[in-house]
Write a protein that binds this ligand. Structure first.
Ligand SMILES: *Cc1c(COP(=O)(O)O)cnc(C)c1O
Length: 343
């Protein structure tokens, strides 16, 4: 990872570390300034209520809950589905298992049962079924299957979602979606988000990634589930007061920044094509707004220098495999500068 940079003019940087780096636009800031607010812990914030109701309606659920982060949204969802000593089945490389500090186990006393994902991000359903524990005091009680869409940019196949739903119905499991990038999946597939979410009992969506809001995730589910999740939100310190300022940014993002995700996907495709033409780069893959590429291990130090000089911010770890994420602050004009770093 790269440490925070100290340049004062950050606008000149091309930041490909994540789609979380987007800055609220002038229009979004205007919407935030104009937001009607109230104390959301009392349920009084009309803008938060509007955001929750809108996503619940759009995605086909009874209720929604606004949260500070996707991590907390997934956490309270897991805690609402599972009690102490229960278990969720999850991908070994899933955000809800690997990248959330073990929160479900740490804070929820919920046991994860990780299984390896297939290359397309699906959890093979025969492996899921084998992981379900018999009802027996030796075992945790398997309650929930947790999927992620998109996963490393890959949109899960709709027929897979239907099969996962059928398995959960047959075996009495609930089904949660970490849909941090749900709208990337929907836009890439040319379908409505609801075509994806209709298979799930609960869905967490991030507004703070490619949709461009500064902060915010929404969990949607049944009224009963959201009531339990709201309690856990307060317990885990996520009850915010005049949060309508933030919810206004999220509503603005839903109004203006969903369809344009297609531009990020197209730009990612063009970046991947340009990188494929370079002999220094191998294994180029592109899925929705993400591009993956490898360079020779001995080239990493040089790549770091060139990126710094070109004011291109990359997540360069210890492995030669890189992930570049496109988003609304990366324009067409940025592409030649990015490609040149690798040339
Ligand atoms: C970003 C992300 C989250 C939530 O992250 P926060 O930074 O806590 O908002 C959850 N799942 C996936 C797949 C993500 O990419």
């Amino acid at each position: 990872m790269i440490a925070a940079h100290d340049d004062t003019d950050t606008r000149d940087w091309i930041d490909l570390r994540s789609d979380t780096v987007t800055r609220p636009s002038a229009a979004m800031r205007t919407a935030m300034a104009a937001a009607e607010v109230g104390d959301d812990v009392y349920g009084d914030d009309p803008t938060v209520n509007a955001l929750q109701a809108r996503l619940a309606r759009d995605l086909g659920f009874e209720a929604g809950l606004f949260l500070p982060s996707g991590t907390q949204s997934n956490l309270v969802a897991l805690m609402a589905h599972c009690a102490r000593g229960d278990e969720y089945i999850v991908g070994m490389d899933a955000h809800t298992y690997k990248y959330e500090g073990g929160g479900a186990a740490v804070l929820g006393s919920i046991q994860p049962q990780p299984i390896p994902q297939a290359d397309d991000g699906t959890l093979p359903l025969d492996a899921v079924e084998r992981a379900i524990k018999p009802v027996d005091p030796h075992f945790a009680r398997t309650r929930l299957l947790c999927l992620e869409d998109t996963w490393h940019g890959r949109a899960l196949p709709l027929d897979y979602l239907a099969q996962a739903r059928a398995l959960c119905d047959r075996r009495g499991l609930a089904l949660h979606l970490d849909g941090a990038r749900l709208y990337n999946a929907a836009v890439a597939g040319g379908i409505s988000a609801r075509d994806i979410t209709r298979h799930f009992d609960s869905v967490s969506v991030c507004l703070s990634k490619g949709l461009g809001a500064p902060v915010g995730s929404v969990l949607v589910g049944s009224r009963a589930l959201v009531d339990v999740a709201r309690r856990w939100r307060k317990v885990t310190g996520g009850g915010m007061r005049q949060a309508g300022l933030l919810a206004a940014a999220c509503l603005h993002a839903l109004d203006h920044n969903v369809a344009r995700l297609a531009e990020d996907h197209a730009r990612a495709r063009r970046l991947a094509e340009a990188l494929r033409a370079l002999p220094q780069v191998s294994g180029v893959e592109q899925h929705t707004n993400m591009v993956f590429a490898s360079v020779a291990p001995e080239a990493l130090a040089r790549l770091r220098e060139r990126a710094q000089a070109a004011r291109v911010r990359l997540s360069i770890g210890d492995t030669p495999r890189l992930r570049m994420v496109l988003h609304l602050d990366v324009t067409d004009a940025a592409l030649p500068r990015i490609v040149d770093v690798f040339a």
